[in-house]
Design a protein around this ligand. Structure first.
Ligand SMILES: NC(=O)C1=CN([C@@H]2O[C@H](COP(=O)(O)OP(=O)(O)OC[C@H]3O[C@@H](n4cnc5c(N)ncnc54)[C@H](O)[C@@H]3O)[C@@H](O)[C@H]2O)C=CC1
Ligand SMILES: CC(=O)[C@H](N)C(=O)O
Length: 369
């Protein structure tokens, strides 16, 4: 185990002790029972009749609170812990367990996983495409160094690990219409580079150590009750807020910029479904998922069917436009549909209707109060 001792010396403290002995055992053939061609540590960490104990990192962003709600409905309130480095609203704080966790603090992460007997880890912490370009050093640290912590913790403790990837993991040399699961991936943003790295590292840990890694490449996600965190697809959420508030919207992408998009309920359900899918149905560990593709002009037209007075103008942000022009226009998710039965519920008309219903109900409630 000389390799392991050398490697251990560059990793601080006790961090790798357990994982190192596991790898040592694997190298020496002592843990043959664990390692099948699709080995899953899940089977040794909790029985199938138990509920998983879930930790969500970066849980106070656009997606985490909604995912916690869905998972708590399924597994029980106390079996799903939200975590972040931000302060939760009182609503979120009182809706179930919340804990401070900085994914750059390895020991703190390990303590949370051990003390709470975590079995599933959903890793949502990240800097998205536009904020990542504005702060490359921080994006590199959170999206890459943070991911390394998560992978090591998950492998050490036999967790089932979900890490989302994105349409942003593709670049200008990828086929864009449609973009298949397996093709050239040469993204031009730190966000995209970090997500390709996450896909490859997760798959490597799966094949090398049997880590039960699962990854979906999400399209741009549209939600009514949570705000996006600084991405290129944010316009498709903002248009609803501005349309309701002011009847006007200034779009930062060109009117004909086509991008894959999905309503949040579909995204969160897909996440639960892939996490629950039997390992033998997964022919891959990273899947594209898709629902619809539209341009700002098409979204505005669908909204104008119900709000004919809505005025949309364009003031292009060149950083975001360059990113969008390098991303897929249509996403091929046929493997997800074939392997584990992925099916979206919301197309553009249902999305617009659902968003408007939400804001309509909110406005009526505000008026009544
Ligand atoms: N929202 C979308 O349209 C899409 C999201 N995704 C992925 O889904 C995941 C969740 O996305 P969103 O909720 O939209 O992101 P978001 O940007 O809204 O939230 C990310 C969260 O990470 C937290 N965070 C930042 N640094 C941290 C650290 N050091 N330790 C712990 N937490 C930290 C932030 O406080 C924030 O609450 C991300 O990995 C993102 O890449 C992928 C494709 C589309
Ligand atoms: C598609 C994404 O990953 C995100 N919404 C972004 O625009 O950065």
């Amino acid at each position: 185990c000389k390799f392991l001792l050398n490697r251990k010396s560059v990793i601080e403290g006790q961090r790798c002790a357990l994982f190192a002995s596991l790898r040592c055992a694997l190298r020496c053939g002592a843990l043959v029972l664990f390692v099948t061609s699709d080995a899953s540590f899940h089977s040794v960490s909790f029985s199938e009749t138990d509920h998983p104990k879930v930790l969500i990192t970066g849980g106070l962003g656009q997606l985490g609170v909604g995912l916690a709600k869905l998972l708590r409905k399924r597994f029980g309130k106390n079996n799903v812990i939200l975590s972040d480095i931000r302060k939760p609203s009182s609503n979120v704080y009182h809706s179930g367990p919340f804990i401070y966790s900085d994914i750059l603090d390895y020991k703190n992460l390990r303590e949370i996983v051990v003390n709470n007997r975590i079995t599933w880890l959903v890793h949502y912490s990240a800097l998205l495409s536009a904020v990542g370009e504005a702060n490359v050093a921080l994006a590199r640290s959170v999206n890459i160094t943070g991911l390394h912590n998560i992978l090591d913790i998950a492998a050490e403790h036999g967790l089932r690990l979900f890490v989302p990837s994105t349409i942003g993991a593709f670049g200008p040399t990828s086929p864009r219409n449609p973009t298949p699961d397996l093709c050239v991936q040469r993204p031009r943003t730190i966000y995209g580079v970090s997500k390709v790295h996450a896909e490859l590292m997760g798959e490597y840990y799966h094949h090398r150590y049997g880590l039960d890694f699962r990854c979906l490449r999400y399209p741009g996600i549209i939600s009514a009750d949570s705000q996006p965190g600084g991405g290129t697809t944010d316009y498709a959420v903002q248009i609803f807020h501005d349309a309701i508030k002011t009847g006007k919207f200034e779009c930062n992408l060109k009117p004909d910029t086509r991008l894959p998009m999905m309503y949040i309920d579909d995204c969160l359900r897909a996440t639960l479904e892939v996490m629950e899918a039997p390992a033998d149905t997964l022919s891959m560990r990273t899947y594209n998922i898709n629902a619809m593709s539209f341009t700002p002009e098409e979204l505005a037209q669908e909204l104008q069917k119900q709000m004919p007075e809505l005025e949309v103008t364009y003031d292009v942000d060149h950083v975001r436009q360059a990113i969008a022009d390098s991303w897929p226009m249509n996403f091929d998710d046929s493997n997800a549909r074939k392997d584990w039965g992925w099916k979206h519920d919301y197309d553009l008309p249902e999305l617009v209707q659902t968003m408007l219903n939400y804001f309509g109900a909110e406005t009526r409630m505000a008026r009544a109060n």
